[in-house]
Design a protein around this ligand. Structure first.
Ligand code: F6R
Length: 257
């Protein structure tokens, strides 16, 4: 794991966006795994700015989103389809046919999950998987006790996640769907690079457990310790509970060329 601690969320989002833009520069047909939520918003703004200000080309990029709520109409403003369209896709020149988001209204969800995994394989696998982290340590919607061997499937959200996400649903937990489709942990681990972002004090415990705690299904993000190319880019607040923070900063400052 490479732990990169930057002064604030803006600097961290810029650094993460640069990694993604460098990848697409070197591999214009890159396959990107994308996340929703508050965390990647500034990064998506950086991508939009790269397209608008420097004509950065996303036309050959393929994307796979991590997750989607079950039963929320695609046009609902809080569906992840609507989120991605509003916060990224409609502002860049990505081809609609290259966008993949789990279909939370599929008639046969089990078959859809199997087909989603196959589509990732058919695209050649994910080059870079962007991740946020829940306050309970979830990645995607792989809640605590998710198997490290899990693949794309349905999950039931924890009460904590429902509470955390109520801010997007008029602050009313009753409006948050209870079920979702999510890539599994094994699916995420197959990405050639995993890039996890976390900002704010509310993520400090989850980050400490992910980076320095034992591998545990209770902290699904700890599975990233098994990933040969995982980068954790965080702000000072999210780094607040890391015992080895000084070392990570020193290592980053002295990174070989
Ligand atoms: C969303 C996702 C989730 C979020 C996590 C953090 O696609 O996969 O794991 O990344 O719940 O959410 P925010 O960024 O809103 O704190």
């Amino acid at each position: 794991m490479e732990i990169i601690i930057l002064p604030d969320a803006a600097a961290a989002s810029k650094a993460a966006a640069q990694i993604l833009l460098d990848l697409v520069t070197h591999k214009p047909d890159a396959v990107l795994g994308l996340a929703t939520g508050g965390t990647p918003l500034a990064l998506y703004s950086e991508l939009i700015a790269a397209h608008k200000d420097h004509a950065f080309d996303f036309s050959r990029v393929t994307t796979f989103n991590l997750d989607e709520y079950i039963g929320l109409p695609e046009e609902h403003p809080q569906s992840y389809h609507a989120f991605m369209h509003e916060n990224l896709f409609r502002h860049i020149n990505i081809q609609p046919a290259r966008i993949h988001i789990p279909d939370g209204n599929a008639a046969d969800i089990k078959a859809h999950c199997i087909a989603y995994e196959q589509a990732i394989r058919d695209a050649g696998g994910v080059d870079l998987q962007l991740l946020g982290i829940g306050s309970d340590g979830h990645i995607g919607f792989n809640e605590p006790t998710s198997s490290f061997g899990s693949r794309t499937r349905t999950k039931t959200l924890t009460r904590q996640t429902i509470k955390d996400n109520a801010r997007f649903f008029e602050d009313d937990p009753a409006l948050v769907p209870k079920h979702c489709i999510t890539m599994g942990i094994a699916t995420i681990l197959e990405a050639r690079c995993a890039l996890l972002l976390a900002f704010g004090k509310g993520k400090a415990d989850a980050i400490a457990a992910t980076v320095e705690g034992p591998l545990s299904a209770m902290i699904p993000a700890s599975a990233l310790q098994l990933h040969p190319n995982a980068k954790i880019i965080i702000d000072q607040d999210a780094a607040a509970k890391l015992t080895f923070a000084d070392y990570y900063q020193w290592a980053y400052a002295n990174k070989p060329e």
